[in-house]
Design a protein around this ligand. Structure first.
Ligand SMILES: *[C@@H]1O[C@H](CO)[C@@H](O)[C@H](O)[C@H]1NC(C)=O
Ligand SMILES: *[C@@H]1O[C@H](CO)[C@@H](O)[C@H](O)[C@H]1NC(C)=O
Ligand SMILES: *[C@@H]1O[C@H](CO)[C@@H](O)[C@H](O)[C@H]1NC(C)=O
Length: 326
């Protein structure tokens, strides 16, 4: 494991380079606005949003959105538990990100604008990998990086169960839960104490208190509109979907083979003030990973990229650059 420390002098050198590149932004993917018609499968959501629907192998409609120059290296952002792809709004609005990579995100099944199937077969590991594949195919991505936040990292297990290591260029773990089996070990006592309230069916007060408590643990002082959007994403998810997200079973064989034997590069980011995720159990779960960099962002909450957007961006982009030029 290589040591990798944030150096302020390096950040100072890196930022002006990014600014220079930002002024020469070329083609951008502009998706047209999609109407989201209320259906049982999307839990009655009614909205219009710029982006596209892609259809997964089992027919589930997945909402995806991309920004930037498609000729640049692709990074697919996978959001975490209960809050959809809008979680990355500040990242996707940042021209310094756009100047370096082609950015793609999607609402994972059961979240945001995507369908929210409630039957058991829809939550087999393979189904979630096929959602990712549908996004990759729709945007024509080749060997993308995945940046996965929190519970979103469990999707990488699904993806590497049906795909070889060569399908991806690298993985960025952002305050990540490696697999659903690791949930019990990696969650802080504060979040573990309130988790039962996420799936309660007979007490609205309990659910409200819990979901609000969860968002507050992600970051204690979010901008108001963004805070409401996070809470709203909790509301559009059927509770049975929440249960599947927390109890679905996976095989970590492909993930660990890719990391321990096949050299898949991994950057593991942590927030120094994270109130949800415990760092050491995450590192234990991927013990023996060959190409691993670990960075703890001082002062950052579980919402690392909201807490410290500049350090987060520069750390990720510097690492991506290093992987591509290796
Ligand atoms: C989508 O709708 C928004 C709000 O009405 C509008 O500003 C934007 O130009 C539309 N985008 C496209 C690509 O049609
Ligand atoms: C519902 O949940 C609230 C908050 O956790 C709790 O105070 C209350 O006693 C619960 N009500 C019932 C009827 O269980
Ligand atoms: C997981 O949750 C779903 C939805 O409530 C339920 O049908 C299923 O039996 C649960 N599976 C396990 C292994 O607990």
């Amino acid at each position: 494991m290589r040591a990798f420390h944030i150096s302020l002098s390096w950040v100072a050198v890196f930022v002006p380079l990014s600014l220079a590149a930002a002024s020469t932004l070329s083609s951008k993917v502009i998706d047209s606005n999609v109407s989201i018609t209320p259906t049982e499968a999307n839990f009655g959501l009614s909205a219009v949003a710029p982006g596209r629907f892609v259809t997964s192998t089992d027919g589930t409609k997945i909402f995806a959105d991309a920004r930037g120059d498609p000729s640049k290296p692709a990074v697919v952002f996978i959001h975490g538990f209960g809050v959809g792809a809008m979680a990355f709004n500040n990242v996707f609005d940042d021209p310094l990100w756009l100047s370096q990579v082609f950015m793609v995100r999607y609402d994972t099944r059961g979240h945001g604008r995507s369908d929210k199937p409630t039957d058991t077969p829809s939550w087999e590991s393979r189904r979630l990998a096929e959602d990712f594949d549908a996004v990759v195919q729709s945007y024509g991505l080749e060997r993308p990086f995945i940046l996965a936040w929190s519970n979103g990292a469990t999707h990488i297990v699904d993806i590497l169960t049906i795909h070889p290591r060569s399908y991806l260029s690298g993985i960025i773990y952002d305050a990540a839960v490696p697999s659903t089996a690791d949930l019990a070990a990696v969650l802080s006592p504060e979040i573990a104490a309130i988790t039962p309230g996420l799936t309660v069916l007979d007490n609205v007060t309990d659910f409200q208190t819990t979901f609000i408590g969860f968002i507050n643990l992600c970051h204690p002082a979010l901008e108001w509109n963004f805070y409401l959007a996070c809470l709203g994403d909790g509301i559009v998810q059927p509770r049975v979907v929440t249960e599947f997200l927390l109890n679905r079973t996976q095989s970590t064989e492909g993930l660990l083979r890719a990391g321990k034997e096949e050299g898949l590069p991994l950057l593991a980011l942590f927030g120094g003030e994270d109130k949800i995720l415990l760092k050491q159990p995450v590192l234990d779960a991927i013990d023996g990973w060959k190409d691993l960099n670990v960075v703890t962002i001082p002062g950052a909450e579980h919402f690392t990229f909201v807490s410290a957007p500049d350090v987060f961006r520069d750390t990720v982009l510097q690492w991506v650059d290093g992987v591509l030029s290796a």
